[in-house]
Design a protein around this ligand. Structure first.
Ligand code: NAD
Length: 359
């Protein structure tokens, strides 16, 4: 028996479903009562891991003991499971990308409203240390006003798994990884999006994108290049950020990198020309040692509640969700604009004024 207050059932006991089960073992409030997966072998795996394995989704929904349904299935079935669970008066936690199309999310939110139940999307990378570090650099103007942000993830292993190769399941790297990087970017840069230009790559010959590049301009003057690749045998930095008084780089998830800033008030020595290829350059010579300082990143102490704790605070009406549904909708609409720009080779202008808002 457990004295935890809330009972949760995981639907979809694959990679991410079993990871949630592992993480929730540590949670003081939420108890994983069971799981449901369409595959017999996954139901057996859940049983072996000590969870009840429901035989059907309707059995989950009929169980009055279950307060929450956590959806960790492929993306194409998030909507139908979410609406069924909300109609059965369960709160729902849903994996990213919440749905394939923004209209589907709007339908889910209607069901959540109608049933007075909470629906929260697991945009867990808002808690990543590399992101929180860059967000601190941005918020505290540690390199002056940030005017350009490059955010990348790159691998050389192609698209993983099975359903991620297929359009019908919501496969492809924009929906898979793009959703995280775009969510982080929009969570950090509080400004309207003025334009979006993108291209998707199909190097591996799949029907879905194996990577993409998108260039975004914000009303506050900041620009951003967001890039995902699965055919990169040499990786570029995870973050490269330019501000009016410095530059920040984070190479990897271990936070290797540094900040280089101009020394305020230091007498700036004219750079000495260097030989570059067959010529000389002063413009591209490194700044003199006196002109700049290099520092390590400060440790970030986030004041945000953990994802699951925030879910409970929201259900108990003690806090606002950290991952707000209107933000999730904006990211979905941004991905739709990215698909459109890549298909038409056009710049999508005035993005934030042409999208539907939740009313
Ligand atoms: P997976 O293929 O490993 O697992 C999916 C499981 O869902 C499988 O066991 C499959 O049998 C089951 N399933 C499929 N249809 C079902 C249905 N209708 N009802 C019940 N079970 C069903 O996939 P995954 O990598 O675990 O991804 C699952 C979800 O988690 C996706 O939405 C993915 O984008 C997301 N995800 C999120 C993160 C993150 O960091 N937030 C990381 C990985 C995956």
């Amino acid at each position: 028996m457990t004295n935890r207050n809330y009972q949760l059932v995981i639907v979809g006991y694959g990679g991410m479903g079993s990871y949630h089960a592992k993480l929730l073992k540590e949670n003081q409030n939420i108890n994983v009562v069971g799981t449901y997966d369409i595959l017999e072998e996954k139901r057996a795996a859940a049983l072996a891991d000590g969870y009840k394995a429901y035989e059907s989704l309707s059995a989950v929904l009929a169980d009055a003991a279950a307060d929450f349904v956590l959806i960790a299935t492929p993306n194409d079935v998030h909507k139908e499971i979410a609406i069924a669970a909300l109609n059965a008066k369960k709160h729902v936690i849903c994996e990213k990308p919440v749905t394939i199309y923004s209209e589907e999310l709007i339908e889910i939110l209607r069901a959540a409203n109608m049933n007075d139940r909470k629906f929260i999307v697991h945009q867990n990378r808002r808690w990543d240390e590399d992101f929180l570090t860059i967000k601190k650099v941005y918020d505290e103007q540690m390199i002056g006003n940030v005017f350009h942000i490059e955010s990348r993830v790159q691998g050389a292993n192609g698209i993983p798994g099975d359903w991620r190769h297929l359009k019908a399941y919501g496969g492809g790297m924009l929906l898979d990884w793009g959703v995280h990087l775009l969510d982080q970017l929009l969570f950090m840069v509080d400004s309207k999006i003025m334009s979006v230009y993108a291209n998707l790559s199909y190097i591996l010959g799949d029907e879905v994108d194996d990577g993409f590049q998108v260039f975004i301009t914000f009303e506050n003057g900041c620009t951003s290049l967001v890039e995902v690749g699965t055919t990169n045998f040499i990786q570029l930095p995870r973050w490269y950020v330019k501000g009016t008084t410095g530059t920040a780089v984070i190479h990897d998830w271990d936070l290797n990198g540094n900040i280089v800033t101009q020394n305020q008030g230091a007498k700036v020595e004219a750079p000495k020309p260097i030989k570059a290829g067959q010529g000389l350059t002063k413009t591209m010579a490194p700044p003199s040692e006196k002109a700049v300082s290099s520092s390590a990143f400060p440790k970030v102490e986030t004041t945000m509640e953990s994802f699951y704790d925030n879910v409970i605070s929201v259900v108990e009406r003690k806090a606002e969700p950290i991952v707000k549904n209107e933000e999730v909708l904006r990211v979905l609409q941004l991905m739709e604009a990215i698909f459109k720009s890549a298909e038409t080779n056009e710049v999508i202008k005035d993005f934030d004024n042409i999208t539907t808002k939740i009313n």
